[in-house]
Design a protein. Structure first.
Length: 562
């Protein structure tokens, strides 16, 4: 692990903000590091408001999208709401379809089959629309590169509205409207929305014709927050506002489908981490193991008993997904070791019977052992299909673009992408990708990094501080949980290992004459020797509140020690 202490912002800015907010300098430092430099910035950060959401009509083509949907409603056309099979896609489809159904009945949904159709808009989906009399398709979380598909639909007199957030290619599809804040010619003030976020802006725009206000859309924010958490988009600007209020809906009055999932896991109050690791994997499991339709059924069901039935089926898919992911990760690690590929700059592996629904998760798992850009391939029809995952700071999408002559198709983001290629191109692609990464990656990137916000003393840690840090939530990219460094730490003699395989570390620590603080280090069991016999060490950690028997205490969540 590389420990990197973030550079300190200009002292004058820190002092001015600390004074304006009446907080310690190191709290002001955390804020300035997040781009919050004035009292007004801090007010917007600590008190998110729905009034901070932008006018949806600032998005390029929004007026065209609304006009085409209103025309379809006036002409009694059938509208098909189409979306990807992951969390972002299924929540977006659930959101737009359930909103439209509140005032127009001729709405149906379509999620492509991960195995038969693959990612994004499919010819099979367009044929389904054609056979069933649909003349308008609203595509969510996909479609920005579907030039041939949109042209194919046009020949059949089917119009497309594309709502996407992936990077466009050099040409846009010939759709009635292309809503994508990442379009070069789109001046929308915030370009980090997820697919469901773009869908939310669409229903917000449609609502303005019906004299609806933002309050009418609050019930949909449980879906938007779930998509923001799952898609790992920056937790800044509009995303942070939508996630903040979406979490309130999740914890107070979620839709029956989300309520049924929470009911199964028996957790009282969920934060954004719970959404990422508990809610999102279950919604994703439907598309991974069975079909994304099951997720849409769950998320659009209004009868709680029926939703509970759907939730228990999804629980089973999630359990199956875990088993597959463990097994394939084991096989993948074995393949890397047997092929003696440990010294490479990339991991690119293939096995024809690996389950396509979990190869993305497996790629992430392999990065935990071999920290480098990772592609996991499996057989899909007569082609090879892969999921790519990257490491901090390295743009895997750009690397794939540089090797695109070997690929049939690809798409995605900086840190996650998908692709297909012909069997005969696999070896040449593998070497081209290795060469591209080797030439463009900085060697430091291949060592996992812990970014430290600030060095503090234990004397600085108070319940007041934990209350302030709590208001930094929801956390996510570009607003991560603050990480602190403290030096000259000693365990008070309570050090012990926890967990079935002694993998975790439990300590009770002091610094100089400070009060003792409880600390837990997940996965740090092997480092217990650094803490014995009153040896001093350095610790990096996050600060948590621990509630036990109605009493609140502070606990450090150790990230590393040395």
């Amino acid at each position: 692990m590389r420990w990197t202490l973030k550079s300190k912002p200009p002292e004058q800015k820190v002092k001015q903000l600390a004074q304006a907010l009446n907080v310690e300098d190191f709290v002001a430092t955390l804020l300035v590091q997040r781009g919050i430099e004035t009292f007004e910035d801090a007010k917007n950060f600590f008190r998110p408001s729905l009034a901070h959401l932008h006018d949806p009509f600032l998005m390029k083509d929004m007026d065209k999208a609304v006009a085409r949907i209103e025309l379809a409603i006036a002409n009694q056309e059938n509208i098909l709401v189409f979306g990807d099979y992951d969390v972002d896609g299924t929540t977006a489809v659930s959101l737009v379809s359930s909103y439209l159904k509140t005032y127009y009945p001729n709405i149906a949904t379509y999620i492509p089959d991960r195995y038969a159709e693959g990612y994004g808009i499919s010819f099979k989906g367009i044929d389904f629309a054609d056979d069933n009399g649909f003349t308008l398709i609203i595509a969510l979380d996909c479609g920005i590169k579907s030039i041939d598909h949109v042209a194919y639909a046009k020949e059949r007199n089917i119009d497309f509205i594309i709502c996407d957030h992936h990077r466009p290619g050099s040409t846009l599809p010939d759709a009635v409207a292309v809503l994508d804040p990442k379009r070069d010619d789109c001046n929308y003030p915030y370009d980090e929305l997820c697919g469901c976020g773009v869908g939310f802006k669409l229903i917000q725009a449609l609502g303005s014709n019906r004299n609806q206000t933002i309050d009418d859309f609050i019930p949909y924010l449980d879906l938007v927050a779930t998509a923001i958490a799952a898609d790992i988009v920056p937790m800044t600007g509009e995303n942070r506002v939508l996630a903040h209020f979406g979490l309130q809906v999740i914890n107070s009055n979620p839709r029956p489908g989300i309520k049924a999932l929470i009911h199964q896991i028996k957790k009282q109050s969920l934060d954004i981490t719970d959404v990422v690791f508990i809610i999102a994997p279950r919604i994703n499991a439907a598309g991974r193991i069975k079909h994304g339709n099951h997720a849409v059924e769950l998320l659009t069901e209004f009868d709680f008993e029926q939703a509970q039935q759907f939730a228990s089926e999804i629980e089973q898919y999630n359990s199956d997904r875990k088993d597959l992911d463990k097994q394939i990760t084991k096989e993948g690690l074995l393949q890397i070791e047997n092929n003696d590929e440990k010294e490479r700059f990339t991991t690119v592996i293939y096995q024809e019977d690996w389950h396509k629904g979990v190869i993305g998760i497996v790629a992430s798992r392999l990065i935990e052992t071999y920290y480098r850009p990772t592609l996991v391939f499996t057989k899909s029809g007569d082609k090879y299909a892969a999921s790519a995952r990257s490491i901090k700071g390295f743009d895997v999408y750009n690397a794939l673009e540089a090797c695109s002559q070997h690929l049939e198709q690809f798409g995605g983001h900086m840190y996650a992408a998908g692709m297909t290629l012909k069997e005969e191109n696999y070896s040449t692609f593998k070497e081209a990708f290795e060469k591209q990464v080797q030439e463009t990656i900085h060697p430091d990137m291949l060592i996992p990094e812990i970014e430290i916000d600030s060095e503090i003393d234990f004397a600085d840690i108070t319940l007041k501080l934990t209350r302030i840090l709590k208001q930094f939530e929801p956390f996510g990219p570009q607003n991560m949980t603050p990480v602190f460094l403290t030096k000259n730490v000693k365990d008070t003699g309570y050090a012990k290992k926890l967990g079935g395989e002694d993998e975790h570390l439990k300590l009770f620590v002091k610094q100089n004459n400070s009060e003792g603080i409880s600390a837990i280090g997940f996965g740090l069991g092997k480092k217990i020797d650094l803490t014995t016999n009153q040896k001093a060490f350095e610790a990096v950690y996050c600060i948590d509140e621990n509630e036990w028997n109605g009493k609140i205490s502070i606990q450090l969540r150790l990230k590393n020690i040395r």
